[in-house]
Design a protein around this ligand. Structure first.
Ligand SMILES: C[S@@+](CC[C@H](N)C(=O)[O-])C[C@H]1O[C@@H](n2cnc3c(N)ncnc32)[C@H](O)[C@@H]1O
Length: 217
């Protein structure tokens, strides 16, 4: 793992600060999953839990995983604030997604937003895909390469920025239906806005990669 995105980096980012309370869930998650029947869900790299809490409030039984204990601490407290019912539907787990393998074909929904452990992007996508139950949904949201900042070498951000087609390449076409594989716009939410690493402020448009796929029953 690179120095920039080590566990210490993420612990430090969340330590003593919270941006997750009250922030709306990721718009791509809302758009892609609102019509699904709630079941079991895995949120990989859940941060402070806005997406896990939104899913739980809609009736999903959620496993939410992150490497940063400080993020999970904030997430637990946000979930408690959302009420016992919501909090009771979420299992928070600390794990390093670079190596963690979720149970095979276990979840009706596996989602991940802006998570990019160095040198394991394809491997992570494959492990997350393997955790989707027959008929279930895989949703991977990330930063599109068109948002790469000038002057940053391709190698340094290879794992951070990726296209939906690059993710879809790990899926066996005999087992998966690609529902959406595209780049979508999203307004930046502020200097430390949602998912933008603080590189962009208000007024910018961000470009996200959205891959939604369904494991054939
Ligand atoms: C850019 S944040 C995104 C958080 C959240 N999904 C969101 O959309 O706001 C990336 C998250 O991935 C987590 N993360 C980074 N590397 C990880 C790893 N190797 N294993 C587990 N979580 C990791 C970080 O702690 C952080 O919470």
């Amino acid at each position: 793992m690179t120095e920039e995105f080590s566990k210490a980096y993420w612990e430090d980012r969340y330590h003593g600060h919270t941006a997750g309370h009250g922030r709306p869930p990721n718009p791509h998650l809302v758009a892609e999953t609102s019509a699904l029947t709630p079941g079991t869900a895995l949120d990989a790299g859940c941060g402070e839990g806005a997406e896990a809490i939104w899913l739980a409030a809609r009736g999903w039984q959620v496993t939410a995983v992150d490497i940063a204990e400080s993020a999970l601490r904030h997430a637990r407290s946000h979930a408690q604030a959302a009420g016992e019912t919501v909090a009771g539907r979420i299992e928070w787990r600390r794990a390093d997604l670079s190596g963690w393998t979720p149970p095979a074909q276990r979840y009706d929904l596996v989602c991940s937003h802006y998570v990019h452990p160095a040198a394991s992007r394809e491997s992570l996508a494959a492990r997350l895909a393997a955790a989707v139950a027959p008929g279930g949904t895989l949703l991977i949201v990330g930063h599109h390469p068109s948002d790469r900042r000038p002057g940053v070498s391709d190698a340094a951000v290879r794992d951070v920025h990726f296209t939906a087609d690059e993710v879809a390449a790990v899926l066996d076409p005999d087992q998966w239906e690609i529902v959406a594989a595209e780049s979508r716009h999203r307004p930046a939410t502020g200097p430390d806005g949602h998912g933008d690493h603080g590189h962009h402020g208000h007024g910018h448009t961000l470009h996200d990669t959205v891959l939604r796929a369904r494991r054939l029953p």
